[in-house]
Write a protein that binds this ligand. Sequence first.
Ligand code: SF4
Ligand code: SF4
Length: 308
Amino acid sequence: MSNNKQFVEIRWHGRGGQGVVTGATTLAQAVLEEGKHVQAFPEFGPERSGAPIKAYNRISDAPITIHSEPRSPDIVVVMDPTLLWVEDVAEGAKRDTVFVINSAQTPDILAAQVCSERGQTVFAVDASRIALEETGKNVPNTALLGALTRATDLVGPTNLLKHVRLELEKKVSPEHLDGNLRAVRRGWCEVREAEASAPRGAQHSLLAAKPGWKDIPIGAVVSQAGNARDYRTGAWRTMRPVLDSSKCNDCLLCWLFCPDSAVLVEHGRMVGFDLEHCKGCGVCAEVCPPKIKAITMVPEIREVEMHS
Ligand code: SF4
Ligand code: SF4
């Protein structure tokens, strides 16, 4: 995609805690410096780590007078690969929409999953792996910004690096900032383009696969007390707890501290996790005694791929 389009709308799909809003606002600051008009705004659902959220950018050569949610995005950024199973990331896509997806999959496999038109293009980058390697955290926004810049030419890489620095230097340590700058460069270098866009196949959908799923009502109002069991927060997970039962001594600290009652106990023994409700917060792994460390948090998508 060239940067000579006069009006571009971008939709970001991510999860709480992944830096979705920071990604959209950092891009906006960089675009602004290049003399364009720009908007950046989020759309929140439940304000919890791991909950799906969206953010939007509008970029224009002329002043922007629309303030509603973009319905037909030119660019779709998917910050978490598990969202491909739970959201229609291609909703409203145009014939030439560009998708930039955080995934270890090949872009051709992703294109078969999300594209409905031959003119659509998919770029893939393993942004979670880059973020974990460079910063120790699965916050893939900076690697995706690098990939997005390379794929779409919206801003120059030097300008982007400058604004990532300006945005993050007041929030994170110098080491973490350096890690994020390396992540931007690696996202730029490691992004891959699909060789041929394929018509979209049937999207795998947890919504369809799991009867009983309900959309959260507008405003996330809880009208019935005690209904947490009805909400399958397992689809919010980006990291999954894995138990090494050979190390576990059944102290049940994980059961005590789990905020979602997702640690399973039978006859006084810890036996695993309720993955329909575990949202991957990692509290169980934190409280498991350091000399035991029977719980490891692993990226969700790799577990899904291994068992699919
Ligand atoms: S990661 Fe652990 S503490 Fe967090 S919801 Fe899942 S089982 Fe509970
Ligand atoms: S906290 Fe660790 S050792 Fe204790 S029951 Fe949970 S997994 Fe086992």
